[in-house]
Design a protein around this ligand. Structure first.
Ligand SMILES: O=C(O)CCC(=O)C(=O)O
Length: 248
């Protein structure tokens, strides 16, 4: 047996207890979806996308400020809507979603549905790139600014986090804590599309060698907003208390 085959059987995700699983109806966790070289390439791209036209920034929510630093592509997310322009940063039009992220969106949906046609039909129009340092958190919230019900696709790179995936009724229990590690894919749609979720913890020192991040975490969510091009600047808004992504 080749060394790869041997180590794959002994130390692959199945053997080490990270099999893919449906965490809640319509919510799929696929460990190790991205290879380490893919992760490193994405981190590099995420850094260069931050050079403009709009920089990463920590959104202000009410009197507070998010501890996560975010860059929007395609449509700019701000509390609590989407705009083509970075209305709460520098007013510039945001960069388009790059083709490679659109392709990752197709393949993620193909992977969790098992249908090439469903994957190809899922064309994202927005991506949010979130950088967490090791003390950053994201409070329990619903992704509610999208009028479309299409699933949210989430990619993780760097330090492992605790990703808390809850229910559609309350910010509190019942929820499931998932250790999202570097390279993991998480997709939530269907009955779980409007479930509360958040990131209460980053686990320092867990980023794998070569992933492009020595410390901290990059999360990328790929979204279909349902926004029409003429719906500038606010097509959808929601009460802060219900949707707040503020600190946990
Ligand atoms: O960082 C994560 O895994 C979650 C990100 C998130 O919930 C969001 O961007 O709305």
């Amino acid at each position: 047996m080749s060394p790869t085959g041997t180590t794959g059987a002994l130390f692959g995700p199945e053997a080490l207890g990270r099999p893919r699983r449906e965490v809640a109806p319509g919510a799929f966790w696929v460990p190790d979806w991205l290879t380490v070289p893919q992760q490193a390439w994405i981190v590099q791209a995420a850094r260069s996308l931050g050079r403009g036209p709009v920089p990463y920034h920590s959104a202000k929510i009410g009197n507070g400020q998010m501890s996560v630093s975010t860059l929007s592509l395609g449509w700019h997310w701000y509390p609590y809507g989407y705009s083509r322009y970075a209305v709460d940063v520098n007013g510039c039009r945001v960069a388009a979603v790059p083709e490679w992220l659109v392709r990752l969106g197709h393949r993620a949906i193909e992977d969790v549905t098992g249908s090439r046609a469903e994957g190809d039909a899922h064309t994202i129009d927005a991506a949010l790139l979130n950088f967490y340092d090791t003390s950053a958190r994201m409070g329990m919230h619903i992704d509610g600014e999208e009028s479309a019900d299409a699933p949210i696709i989430s990619l993780s790179i760097g330090d492992t986090c605790t990703f808390r995936f809850g229910n559609t009724e309350t910010r509190t229990k019942p929820y499931t804590d998932v250790a999202l590690a570097s390279g993991d894919l998480f997709v939530f749609g269907g009955p779980s599309r409007r479930a509360y979720h958040g990131v209460p913890k980053i686990v320092p020192g867990t980023a794998p060698e070569g992933c492009g991040l020595a410390s901290g975490r990059l999360n990328i969510t790929l979204r279909i907003t349902g926004m029409a091009d003429d719906s500038f600047p606010i097509a959808n808004s929601a009460p802060p208390n219900e949707y707040s992504k503020g600190t946990a």
